[in-house]
Design a protein around this ligand. Structure first.
Ligand SMILES: NC(=O)C1=CN([C@@H]2O[C@H](COP(=O)(O)OP(=O)(O)OC[C@H]3O[C@@H](n4cnc5c(N)ncnc54)[C@H](OP(=O)(O)O)[C@@H]3O)[C@@H](O)[C@H]2O)C=CC1
Ligand SMILES: O=C1O[C@H](COP(=O)(O)O)[C@@H](O)[C@H](O)[C@H]1O
Length: 598
């Protein structure tokens, strides 16, 4: 039986996809064994920490455990047989871990409170992600979900609101509505002000009733505008923290507007929480292909040796959306595209892409390497930046609005809805390699991708067959984060036939063709990690400081000098200036749409 790495609930266990008939009780057992190993690992680290802080999972140990469970197990193996087999290979500590796990499962509970439950993000992303986790059996045995917001709602009204946004995966339609009903029964609502300790104490009382005297672990997801983060954190922490388990808070971006406001936010958060309790979310880190970046690089011999200035000419990080700020103009105008996308999502991808090999897969080891990259970078300069704003455009009889037509945007706003930038990492690996970023709203397509353009082949024997445009003949690795996830490598190839004609082709890993399983939403992975105390995909405060120090000077300059953005038509490819910026560094944007870019 071919054994591949595929997971049902990824954090817990792995099994062979070809063993779809593998009994669910056997799967559950494998899950338990892995979980008990993880539990042991986290228990070991708990001993040295105060109760209110986190118990980080040792990812290396976790991966070891997963690998252990991937050992081929024949279909038809009975549950009893399997349990006996697994118990026989467990060390005494692991058997104890298994017992502890069972005890812990029965004696502890996780309460997840979505603060701002009436809002857009909660409806669109958080509740659906929680349901997906529930469907996949990834939530703990005892869990309760609470919605908290000022709006008046009954439990039934919250359930009704949530039910409208729940969906089942295409490959998981079985018992879907039954599962939805079960999930909704575990969702409740508490109405309260964000700055009222009394209202949070009311929540605490209700949570305690659900927790029924078990060890209570509590996760608060702040899905509210940033101006009320601190009020909510203060009240949640003072009135609704767990008394005997962990308390964690997921904080949504924006984390400030610049270095100063971000530092002030961190300082205020730390009045009520330890750094270990703060989970700063950047949902791009939860995207499948971003998570895969390190796998691609560090587990394939062919990539890592090429991953430097010696072979890479430039790296491009591209984000585009084919819609404007519709409905979010009020928020957006205060931040703009540089803060909304570049300083966080694209910069995080850049750091992961460019970091040195971490000592291990532990969160701190990975985050240490990312910080080093950020701290090796030159702060962005105005001359390495182009900004744009979309204007109205009529196409096919339809008129698309300008950014400033949005009623929530002040007249004459200069806020960029598009930006392109050239960044540099001044370290031995990347010296002189331009990292180009481009992000925009209301462009011609919706896409997020990483493009790696390699150097020309020195003394290429086939130069004559390639023609004069050597750039077009160099290898390019494209990691398409979304939509239609894919990794493809552009290579030169001989066109079959008696002549010697070359063309460009793709070595193509197209996810939809290769994997039948639907890709989980980023929020699922991140919520699961927060519940498990895995911080690898969350932003540490020093990472945040380093990220802001790269962008703060240029953001201030743009605002102080009131730089006018280049206007581009809604639905276009963005300002021409982006091409001049790239040309300054001998780069051609890779997303111009060649015949082999699908
Ligand atoms: N929506 C998205 O796609 C994304 C959002 N984010 C971030 O997530 C967080 C939540 O976003 P989103 O759901 O869109 O936000 P919303 O504007 O929908 O706000 C969420 C809830 O907060 C309450 N609220 C809104 N404004 C105020 C206010 N001025 N004072 C007090 N309470 C208020 C409302 O609940 P009630 O009135 O019932 O109390 C509202 O339902 C924000 O930090 C946002 O930046 C990040 C990435 C994407
Ligand atoms: O953080 C944000 O991300 C979304 C894009 O997220 P995606 O997962 O749909 O690609 C963006 O629309 C929004 O402006 C920004 O705040």
């Amino acid at each position: 039986m071919a054994t591949l790495y595929s997971t049902q609930c990824p954090s817990f266990f792995a099994y062979s996809p070809s063993s779809s008939s593998f009994s669910s009780s056997n799967l559950a057992l494998l899950q338990r064994v892995n979980f008990s190993r993880r539990f042991l690992a986290s228990k070991a680290s708990l001993k040295s920490q105060p109760l209110s802080s986190q118990a980080p999972v040792n990812t290396q140990q976790h991966h070891g455990a997963v690998a252990a469970a991937v050992t081929p197990i024949e279909n038809g193996t009975s549950h009893k047989q399997l349990k006996a087999e697994l118990l026989s290979v467990m060390s005494p500590e692991e058997s104890q871990g298994e017992a502890d796990f069972e005890k812990d499962e029965n004696e502890s509970t996780v309460s997840i409170t979505v603060v701002g439950a009436s809002g857009d993000l909660a409806k669109k992303k958080i509740f659906p992600a929680l349901f997906a986790l529930y469907y996949e059996d990834c939530l703990p045995k005892h869990f309760t979900i609470y919605g908290y917001a000022r709006s008046k709602m009954t439990d039934a009204e919250l359930r009704n609101m949530v039910s409208k946004t729940l969906t089942c995966r295409i490959d998981k339609r079985e018992n879907c509505s039954e599962k939805m009903d079960q999930f909704l029964k575990r969702c409740f609502y508490h109405s309260g002000q964000y700055d009222s300790q009394e209202n949070f104490a009311g929540l605490d009382k209700k949570l305690k009733e659900h927790e029924g005297g078990r060890t209570s672990n509590r996760l608060f997801y702040l899905s509210i505008p940033p101006n009320i983060f601190i009020d909510a954190v203060k009240c949640a922490s003072l009135s609704a923290s767990s008394g005997n388990g962990w308390t964690r808070v997921i904080v949504e971006k924006p984390f400030g507007r610049d270095s100063e406001s971000s530092a002030a936010l961190t300082k205020s958060l730390k009045q009520y929480l330890t750094e270990d309790q703060i989970f700063r979310i950047d949902h791009y880190l939860g995207k499948e292909l971003v998570e895969n970046l390190s796998v691609l690089r560090f587990s394939n011999l062919i990539f890592e040796p090429l991953w430097s200035r010696q072979y890479i000419r430039n790296v491009q990080l591209i984000f585009s959306e084919d819609f404007g700020t519709e409905g979010r103009g009020g928020y957006f105008d205060h931040y703009g595209i540089i803060r909304d996308i570049m300083q966080n999502h694209l910069l995080q991808i850049l750091a992961l892409f460019a970091m040195e090999t971490p000592v291990s897969l532990d969160a701190e080891d990975i985050r240490n390497e990312k910080v080093k990259v950020l701290r090796s970078m030159r702060p962005l300069q105005l001359q390495n930046m182009v900004i744009g704003q979309y204007k109205s455009h009529t196409r096919g009889g339809v008129t698309y609005p300008a950014y400033v037509d949005d009623k929530t945007v002040p007249d004459g706003s200069l806020t960029p809805t598009f930006a392109a930038a050239a960044l540099f990492i001044d370290n031995a690996r990347w010296d002189g390699v331009p990292f180009l970023m481009k992000a925009g709203k209301a462009l011609h397509n919706k896409r997020a991708e990483i493009r790696v353009q390699f150097r020309h082949v020195p003394g290429n024997l086939y130069n004559r067959n390639i023609g004069t445009d050597l750039d077009r003949a160099t290898n390019e690795l494209v990691i398409r984060v979304q939509p239609d996830e894919a990794i493809y490598l552009k290579i030169n190839n001989k066109v079959p036939g008696l002549g010697m004609k070359l063309d460009r082709s793709n070595l193509n890993l197209h996810y939809a063709a290769r994997y039948s399983k639907e890709i989980p939403d980023a929020y699922e992975r991140l919520l699961l990690d927060a519940i498990e105390g895995e911080r690898r995909l969350f932003i540490r405060s020093d990472e945040l400081d380093a990220a802001w120090s790269l962008f703060t000077p240029v953001l201030k300059e743009l605002e102080e000098k009131r730089i006018i953005p280049e206007y581009y038509p809604y639905g276009s490819r963005g300002p021409v200036g982006a091409h001049y910026l790239a040309a300054k560094y001998n780069v051609r944007w890779g997303d111009l749409g060649t015949d082999i870019d699908q």
